[in-house]
Design a protein around this ligand. Structure first.
Ligand SMILES: CCCCC/C=C/C(=O)SCCNC(=O)CCNC(=O)[C@H](O)C(C)(C)COP(=O)(O)OP(=O)(O)OC[C@H]1O[C@@H](n2cnc3c(N)ncnc32)[C@H](O)[C@@H]1OP(=O)(O)O
Ligand SMILES: NC(=O)C1=CN([C@@H]2O[C@H](COP(=O)(O)OP(=O)(O)OC[C@H]3O[C@@H](n4cnc5c(N)ncnc54)[C@H](OP(=O)(O)O)[C@@H]3O)[C@@H](O)[C@H]2O)C=CC1
Length: 297
């Protein structure tokens, strides 16, 4: 499914800010927005990573009609002044901002009792504080300038279920998801939409190094818990993100769309029975039928 879904030029004339756009999923989504004709500002802490990504993206997607341009700006999403600078520089270069993709994150697995206060703070500050700082700054800009913009937040499936061993991330993603829904209600009157995507596992270096490090990867195949028995493809996520940032989703707001091959469904009480063999099912069937007969006599 390595194909773009939207028609040529579907994001033409739009400018989208992508936090964490220099690596992983942020880079893949930026690539697709550029292919669809959007101008994209990618921002994160490391200017060298952003510059390299911007060059690679422009080499791949470069258009001659002036659309589909990349701006790479260093910004720590925990710093409001740096966020204001990204907004000002983006307006200065592209004239407007139509979309904000809050994609930056920090995460690592750890038993919670091993975390220092600083370790908890660093994740919550990037994921929750970074998301609400950027959303607040861009939202104010849109309201002041009467722009009907769209925010898309990259969440996780455990923002709704909770999860051990990634508790700071779960707390922060859960908070960001509630902000998405709360502001969708409050800012709907300005024509501003906010949605979220909850991805299951999509291979990236950033996530794999910190969530499935060796020797854990040898013990735990991330696909084994997924009904569709595979991980996600970046283009599948990019398709959904482009749709939610485009005018085609103009009546969708406050939603969180899960894209995880059915992984969250495995919480269902009996789903682990897929491990039972056919022969064992024969025995189980006979045992249950015997109990049924006994209950009638
Ligand atoms: C696949 C299923 C769903 C997955 C859903 C979600 C996925 C994601 O979010 S994936 C995104 C992953 N990408 C990143 O995390 C990229 C950005 N991350 C980073 O830059 C770093 O990992 C960091 C900033 C989050 C932490 O880096 P570090 O260099 O350690 O930062 P600090 O020096 O500021 O230290 C912070 C603090 O944290 C402690 N610490 C770091 N790692 C661990 C660990 N594995 N276990 C316990 N504690 C850890 C570190 O020791 C510091 O605390 P103090 O010791 O008190 O100073
Ligand atoms: N990969 C997966 O399976 C899943 C990922 N996700 C989510 O997808 C998103 C992208 O993750 P992924 O691509 O896998 O991982 P990456 O590590 O590649 O992406 C994280 C990005 O966040 C940026 N970042 C980190 N801290 C800051 C900061 N303080 N200020 C600004 N930017 C920052 C990093 O850039 P820099 O270091 O230059 O600052 C990096 O580009 C995240 O929100 C993650 O939670 C959700 C579910 C599953």
């Amino acid at each position: 499914m390595n194909q773009g879904m939207l028609r040529e030029g579907a994001l033409q004339g739009k400018t989208i800010i992508v936090t964490g756009g220099g690596t992983g999923l942020g880079k893949s989504m930026s690539r697709y927005f550029l292919q669809l004709g959007a101008n994209v500002t990618i921002c994160s802490r490391r200017q060298n990573v952003l510059d390299e990504a911007a060059k690679e993206l422009m080499d791949e997607t470069g258009r001659s009609d002036g659309s589909g341009q990349v701006l790479a700006l260093a910004c720590d999403v925990r710093n409001p002044q740096e966020i204001e600078n990204v907004i000002a520089e983006t307006v200065n270069r592209f004239g407007r901002i139509d979309g904000l993709l809050n994609n930056s994150a920090g995460n690592f697995i750890s038993p919670t009792e091993r975390l220092s206060y600083k370790a908890f703070d660093v994740i919550v500050d990037i994921v929750l504080r970074g998301t609400y700082y950027f959303t607040l700054a861009v939202g104010k800009h849109w309201i002041e300038n009467q722009i009907k913009g769209t925010v898309l937040n990259i969440s996780t499936t455990y923002a709704q279920t909770g999860s051990g061993y990634v508790v700071p991330s779960a707390v922060a993603k859960g908070g960001a998801l509630i902000m998405t829904k709360s502001l969708a209600a409050e800012w709907g009157k300005y024509g501003i939409r906010l949605n979220a995507i909850a991805p299951g596992p999509f291979p990236t270096k950033g996530a794999w190094d910190r969530l499935f490090p060796e020797p854990l990867m040898k013990l735990m195949d991330p696909t084994s818990r997924i009904p569709l028995k595979r991980v996600g493809e970046h283009q599948e996520l990019a398709n959904l993100a482009a749709y939610l940032l485009s005018d085609f989703s103009g009546f969708v707001t406050g939603e969180c769309i899960t894209i995880d091959g059915g992984e969250v469904l495995m919480a269902g009480e009996f789903n682990h029975l897929e491990q039972v063999s056919s022969e064992m099912w024969d025995v189980i069937e006979q045992t249950i039928k015997q109990a049924n007969r006994a209950s009638k006599s």
